[in-house]
Structure formats: structure tokens, C-alpha cells
Write a protein that binds this ligand. Structure first.
Ligand code: PA5
Length: 469
């Protein structure tokens, strides 16, 4: 196991698990709505209670837009232990023969795995095997640099694409497959490749069948950005050494919570969706996801894709942005405090770090830090968090706060389901299909036309004419 912790010590105000007990379910996430600036959470929740109820019904009755893509709703409780065992077994095999594991995918086919792995890994030493990513850009220098590393390491590859035809991962896979075959020979290379794709369609599926690659299926009814709890996320996370059973169990707690109550009075998922929608209607059209732990940067990237791709259509939707504090308080902090007042923040607050580090006393006190000597760094970080929330609230930036007792597979599982369900609810309240992404086709068509792909001749001429203007 690569768990990045040695000992756990309580901060001044430890999370008490009993605070988060709700009936039979012991979920540990807490939502705080007491810093919404001039807005009243009670009024906002009351104003959205009916809409939230309707949105939940639409999801559970499967009668809304995109209802073919609701497989994630009951996913945590429906994954069979046998299937998890198979994935863990496959991950263990890859683990033993690899110093490095390449995850090839883009968007929903890589961000969820990266979010969880980076949230739980040592930021400097990573995991064993080290997880690296490809196919999420088309930078020649990036891939060439990766190949230089792959020359010197034993590695395996997992290529993830639901459609099996996405350009970026297809190019990366073609190049890395050639490298792998040259390095190990075709037969051994095949045993080092796992494909995760649609059960029947797409070039990747056909290639996997032809070559006999180990394959896991992405269910038909789960779209890319909702797929982290399918093999798309679970296999890489398991190869990295993290406990996917706990991740699924955490998500399962949120699944059960949502089934047991859809009320804005006691369900934090409903509350988050309700308040962010009310803020949007009040002109707060930009949401900034804030963290105070840099290991959460990729969770923010995953969250941005989830909400941005699900809601940004028909010229509607909250623009999702993210910052890491206190780092970005020294850059974006100025804008947030005093810029255009169309912002609100959602802060992910982590109760306990996994390590203990205290600020030492200094005889000369030249830096004037002796007043906090003996304090833990996390206490200072938490005071910065509280001070910032209050300052931004004073600056008319409402703050929603999501409190997690610690970073673990279980709490990340809860957070993933929390965001997925609130994203679907918000999408239906907005009146859009939260499960499609028609807008991402525009750049692809132009790129294919400019590259001279067959079938794009007419568009190619039109683009060339525009470029000459
Ligand atoms: O959420 C989505 O559907 C997208 O972000 C896709 O995951 C992304 O475009 C990659 O698609 P595919 O898995 O088909 O390669």
C-alpha cells in the first residue's frame, strides 16, 4: 500500500464522527452554509425545495434528458465483489511487473483516476509503480520526454477510451504501443496492455479483440465524466496501490443517503445543488472550487470537467474555476476580494492532515514567528482558511464549505458521489442535458478538416478561405 501517512494526531477541533451520523448511515462529509455573504441559506434552500425534489424524481424515474446515462446513480451498490476482485487481481499483476504504469486517456477517461491517485499520493515520491499520464494532450515534447523515461523503465499501459476513437489517446496509444512492442516483443507487450472501452463498438475494442489484450468494459449507460467508479478510474487507482473497495464504499454511503432523503433540509447533496443554483440566479455566475491542499489540484480538474461539460450549454451554466490556497491568495486572491462581483466559492476543507509538523522556536525571532512557535502548520493553514472565508464573505463572495475529516479513499468516494449527484440535479434545474457534450465536436471538425481527413473536404476549403482573410 502506498498510503501516505504515518500517524494521525488530532487538531484542536477534531471531527467527531457522531456529528455526521444520520440515521443508519455514517457518512462523514459536512456542508456548511453559514458564510453566504448577504444571502440567507434558509431562504435559498426553501426557494429551491420543489425544484430539487423534481430533479431527484427525474433522476430516479429516469424520465429526463439524457436518461440513458444514469448508470452511475446505482453504481456503488451494484458493483459485484467478484468484479472488484478481478480488477484488483489484474492490478496486482501489472503492479509486480511495472516500475511505471502509463494511463492513456483524456477528459472523463483519465481525470477521475488522476484526481484520486494524486489526492492520496506522496507529492514528491508518487506511488509504486509510478503512475504517468498520456493521451490528454498532443504535445510532441511531452510524449517524447515520456518515451525517454519509458526507455529506461519496466512499464505497462492502460488505454482508456469509451468511444475508442478519440484522437489524442489514439495517437498516444499508437506511439506507445510501438515503443512497448519494440522493447518487449509483440507477445510480452500484449500482456502489458489493458484496454478499457465500450463493450462492442470502436476501434479500440476491435484492436483489443484482434490482439487479445485484457479488456474491461465501460457500461453503456455511464458517460466519461461520471465513470470514475467504473474500471476507468478503479483499475489505475488499484494499480497505484489504493483501496478501491473503500472508495466504492464511501460513494455507496452517499448513494444510500440520497435514496433515503431527497430533502434540502437534511441532504447535503440537495443543499449544495440548491444553493449554487440560487446563487447563479442571483448573478453569481462563476464558481471557484477552493482547496488548501495542493494534492487536490486534480480533484478540481475533475470537478471542472464534471460541471463545465455537464452544464455549459444553450448559453447557460455556472463557469467552474479553481484555485489552491494559500498559493493563489498571492495571485488570484486580489481579484476574488475586489474584482467583478459575479463569484462564489466552494471550499473543500480537510480536517486532519496525515502528518504532524510543528513550527520551531527561534532564539532571535527575526522573522517574528515565535507567537506561533509550537503550532502545527495545519493549524496555521486552517486559520488562513477561516480568515479568507470571512474576508471574501465581507467582499460579497458567498462561501460554501465542504468539510471532510481527512483525505482517504472513503471520503473521496463520498465526495465523488456528492458532486456527481449534485451536478445531475443542478443540470436538470438548469434545464439542460447534464450527460451530453455536443459543443466539444466543433474543434474536432475544424481540426479534422485542417488535417485533411476524408469527408471534411468542404469544411477544409471554407476554413482555408477564412485563414487567408
Ligand atoms: O465526459 C466525457 O464524455 C468526455 O470528457 C470524454 O470522457 C472524453 O472526451 C474522452 O472520450 P473517450 O473516452 O470516448 O475517449
Amino acid at each position: 500500500m502506498n498510503r501516505f501517512h504515518r500517524e494521525k494526531v488530532h487538531l484542536q477541533k477534531p471531527f467527531a464522527k457522531k456529528d455526521y451520523l444520520r440515521g443508519k448511515y455514517s457518512y462523514v462529509m459536512k456542508l456548511e452554509l453559514s458564510h453566504l455573504s448577504s444571502f440567507s441559506s434558509a431562504e435559498m434552500l426553501a426557494s429551491k425545495a420543489t425544484d430539487i425534489h423534481k430533479a431527484f424524481s427525474t433522476i430516479y424515474n429516469k424520465n429526463g434528458l439524457g436518461n440513458d446515462f444514469l448508470g452511475w446513480v446505482r453504481l456503488p451498490s451494484s458493483i459485484s465483489p467478484k468484479f472488484i476482485d478481478e480488477m484488483v487481481q489484474c492490478a496486482a499483476t501489472l503492479h509486480t511487473k511495472s516500475d511505471l504504469f502509463v494511463v492513456i486517456g483524456i477528459g472523463g477517461s483519465y481525470l477521475g483516476a488522476r484526481a484520486v491517485i494524486e489526492a492520496l499520493s506522496n507529492p514528491f515520491t508518487g506511488t509504486q509503480p509510478q503512475i504517468v499520464y498520456a493521451g490528454h494532450n498532443m504535445s510532441e515534447d511531452y510524449l517524447a520526454a515520456l518515451l525517454e523515461v519509458l526507455d529506461k523503465k519496466d512499464y505497462s499501459v492502460c488505454v482508456i477510451s469509451k468511444s475508442g476513437t478519440t484522437t489524442e489517446p489514439a495517437i498516444a496509444f499508437r506511439i506507445i504501443k510501438r515503443h512497448l512492442e519494440n522493447k518487449y516483443g509483440v507477445q510480452e507487450a500484449s500482456s502489458r496492455i489493458v484496454t478499457i472501452t465500450d463493450k462492442a463498438k470502436g476501434a479500440l475494442k476491435q484492436m483489443a479483440d484482434n490482439k487479445g489484450y485484457r479488456t474491461f468494459v465501460i457500461p453503456d449507460d455511464i458517460g466519461g465524466r461520471y465513470s470514475v467508479l467504473t474500471p476507468v478510474g478503479l483499475l489505475p487507482i488499484s494499480v497505484a496501490g489504493f483501496d478501491i473497495r473503500k472508495l466504492i464504499a464511501g460513494a455507496g454511503e452517499m448513494e444510500r443517503l440520497c435514496l433515503s432523503s431527497q430533502s434540502v433540509n437534511n441532504n447535503p447533496v440537495a443543499q449544495y445543488a440548491a444553493v449554487r443554483h440560487a446563487l447563479y440566479e442571483a448573478g453569481k455566475t462563476n464558481e471557484i472550487l477552493v482547496n488548501y491542499e495542493p494534492c487536490l489540484n486534480y480533484l478540481s480538474e475533475w470537478w471542472k470537467q464534471l460541471f463545465g461539460e455537464s452544464h455549459g450549454k444553450q448559453h447557460k451554466g455556472i463557469f467552474p474555476a479553481s484555485v489552491t490556497f494559500t498559493t493563489d491568495l498571492h495571485s488570484m486572491g486580489q481579484y476574488i476580494q475586489e474584482g467583478l462581483r459575479n463569484l462564489f466559492e466552494t471550499v473543500i476543507s480537510i480536517g486532519q492532515p496525515h502528518h504532524e509538523l510543528r513550527i520551531p522556536d527561534a532564539a532571535d525571532d527575526l522573522d517574528q514567528l515565535n507567537y506561533i512557535a509550537g503550532s502545527r502548520l495545519s493549524e496555521v493553514n486552517h486559520k488562513a482558511e477561516l480568515g479568507t472565508i470571512l474576508a471574501h464573505e465581507d467582499g460579497d463572495v458567498p462561501n460554501i464549505r465542504i468539510l471532510l475529516p481527512e483525505l482517504s479513499e472513503t471520503t473521496l468516494g463520498q465526495l465523488i458521489y456528492f458532486f456527481e449527484m449534485s451536478c445531475a440535479l443542478s443540470g436538470y434545474m438548469l434545464g439542460v442535458n447534464p450527460f451530453d457534450q455536443p459543443g466539444v465536436e466543433a474543434y474536432k471538425k475544424n481540426m479534422f478538416a485542417l488535417l485533411g481527413k476524408k469527408g471534411y473536404e468542404q469544411q477544409s476549403e471554407a476554413l482555408k478561405a477564412r485563414m487567408l482573410e
